[in-house]
Design a protein around this ligand. Structure first.
Ligand code: ADP
Ligand code: MG
Ligand code: MG
Ligand code: MG
Length: 402
């Protein structure tokens, strides 16, 4: 019985759940179920009808417990995830999985199976190219971010959305793990030995950098600008040649627009640094790195262009048409984007949560070199965010440290 008390499901339960609670499959379906999540705090089940091949994903939030032993996590994040996926489906059709069902007792939801796509981080680590990605992700970003902002939305409806997506526990994780801990010598950090001295000197030992991270943390906590995805790294993107789908928005809340865009850019830089460290063949290396560089440039520039166009079409607040205001607004967004790119670059090297792009580099010297590039680029993007406005500006910063 799934209707009274929450419990964490195993494969047999999820199968039974789909049979008894959903009418997705026909009665004579022959269902099998497999847990396919990475199993840290959420459970992801894939249920297939072996007769027809039709399939479904059930994602359940783990108990009201912990990510490591210190983080409390409400299973309400599963509500946030289902509700924002439904909203994003309207704002940016085709860019998120279809949501079929949400269950507030079992803290689970049922959604479209995207197994014909692959996780973008994994694909980039295999040096695959996705020429449509920059176009797709920038449409997703502009549609979900600008269209949920005060310049476009009715202000009362916007404030209702702010309330709907109050997400204190997951925000606290970001506040701690992204903005605070990496920039001090915190016990939860996880530093690669060969990079430690560099971090002590260049990151922890720099009061100017500390001050800027404090300002950025305040901005993250107080600027209810747009409805963010909140965890938009390449592990939250499902991709194939002609399709891009954004998953796992459980960190969603109203925050500064630059937070989502910056995360995308930083994770493209991780893939770039990974390629630099791991491809032996010089021609192949140059080719793949320039593909990623183009993707970074296009993502920033298309983002900015589409944002301007959408503003002209959709920004209804009377102040939106004051001369200079659009440029002021996007200028602020781009500053924050550069800074968040920098924060993400630093925190994935220093903090508790790493990325495979870096940890999979086997050669220890090359890994240390890759980490130092990320940290140097990150630091500069934080400190000098005000002049980093175009795709080419990002390339300039990266080139500085290669
Ligand atoms: P978590 O919040 O625990 O990180 P994710 O939503 O990122 O969970 O999902 C974890 C993994 O489960 C993904 O990396 C992917 O392999 C698989 N997965 C998640 N959603 C889907 C889906 N809609 N279709 C197919 N696989 C999925
Ligand atoms: Mg995961
Ligand atoms: Mg998640
Ligand atoms: Mg995830």
């Amino acid at each position: 019985d799934f209707t009274t008390t929450y419990f964490t499901m195993v494969e047999a339960d999820a199968l039974d759940y789909v049979k008894t609670r959903l009418s997705f499959f026909p009665d004579d379906a022959e269902l099998t179920c497999k847990e396919i999540g990475d199993g840290n705090l959420n459970y992801v089940f894939r249920i297939i009808d072996t007769k027809t091949g039709k399939s479904l994903i059930v994602k359940q939030a783990g108990p009201v417990a912990r990510i490591s032993d210190e983080f409390k996590l409400s299973p309400d994040r599963n509500r946030i995830e289902s509700e924002i996926l439904s909203l994003q489906h309207k704002l940016a059709p085709g860019f998120v999985p279809m949501m079929f069902h949400y269950d507030p007792i079992m803290n689970c939801c049922a959604m479209e199976d995207l197994s014909d796509h692959e996780i973008m981080r994994t694909a980039l680590l295999q040096y695959k190219k996705f020429p449509l990605f920059a176009d797709h992700i920038t449409t997703f970003l502009v549609n979900t971010l600008l269209l949920t902002s005060d310049v476009v939305m009715d202000h009362k409806e916007k404030k209702e959305l702010v309330k709907q997506f109050i997400n204190p526990e997951l925000c606290e994780i970001t506040e701690d793990l992204v903005f605070t801990e990496p920039f001090i010598d915190h016990p939860r950090n996880d530093v690669f030995e060969a990079t430690k001295e560099f971090i002590q000197e260049n990151i922890w030992g720099d009061p100017e950098l500390a001050l800027e991270t404090a300002k950025l943390k305040l901005e993250f906590m107080t600027n209810a600008q747009s409805l963010l995805h909140g965890d938009l790294h390449t592990g939250s993107i499902f991709i194939k040649e002609d399709s891009t789908k954004i998953i796992d928005p459980e960190f969603a809340f109203y925050g500064p627009i630059g937070y989502d865009v910056g995360n995308v850019i930083a994770n493209l830089i991780f893939a770039y640094v990974h390629a630099r460290a791991t491809i032996d063949d010089e021609a192949k290396k140059v080719d793949y790195m320039s593909y990623l560089e183009d993707t970074i440039v296009d993502t920033i520039d298309l983002y900015k262009d589409k944002f301007m166009v959408a503003w002209d079409e959709k920004a209804l607040d009377p102040v939106a048409s004051y001369p200079g205001f659009k440029e002021y607004y996007i200028g602020k967004v781009l500053d924050n984007t550069a800074a968040v790119t920098g924060l993400e670059l630093c925190r994935r090297i220093i903090g508790i949560a790493h990325v495979k792009d870096i940890t999979s580099i086997q050669d220890q010297d090359k890994r240390a070199a890759a980490e130092k590039i990320c940290l140097s680029v990150g630091k500069m993007l934080i400190l000098e965010r005000e002049w980093v406005k175009t795709g080419e500006d990002y390339v300039k910063v990266i080139r500085e440290f290669e």
